[in-house]
Ligand binder design. Sequence first.
Ligand code: HEC
Length: 128
Amino acid sequence: MKKILPVAALCSIFFIGCGGAQEPAAEAPAEGGAANELVSGYDLANGKEIYEANCASCHAEGVLSSPKTGDASAWSARIEQGMDTLIKKSIEGYVAEGSMPARGGNDALTDDEVANSVAYMVDESVAK
Ligand code: HEC
């Protein structure tokens, strides 16, 4: 009987060790998914269309001090504000270093269309 105990103890140590060793592997996909989680629920295909027609004129090349789409360093602090803030500022427009026109200058865009185009830009610009 006495020999069984150490074996049981070793087993549980092994299992704990094993569970711990698996954690980093499990975290990697979760981190990759975090960026996409940010924009889950938005219509990125619609966002791309709206972006190309209304936002790319400035954001594709970073015209007028706009954050360039795909430039993770220009976007990381902005993305930290959260999607709601980014979308609100895009709908209302705001002036900081440069001037971001309300709805990218196209009043015909709906709130959802602006939100989708913001989501598309964030998805393109998040550090990967
Ligand atoms: C006339 C040029 C122009 C157009 C067109 C334009 N933007 Fe911008 N945008 C800017 C500038 C300039 C800034 C940066 C303002 C600053 O922070 O100094 C900006 C900033 C932003 C930001 C970052 C907001 C923040 O809080 O940091 C988002 C998001 C954004 N624009 C979304 C859009 C979307 C979506 C469209 C199209 C519907 C669009 N922009 C069209 C010029 C433009």
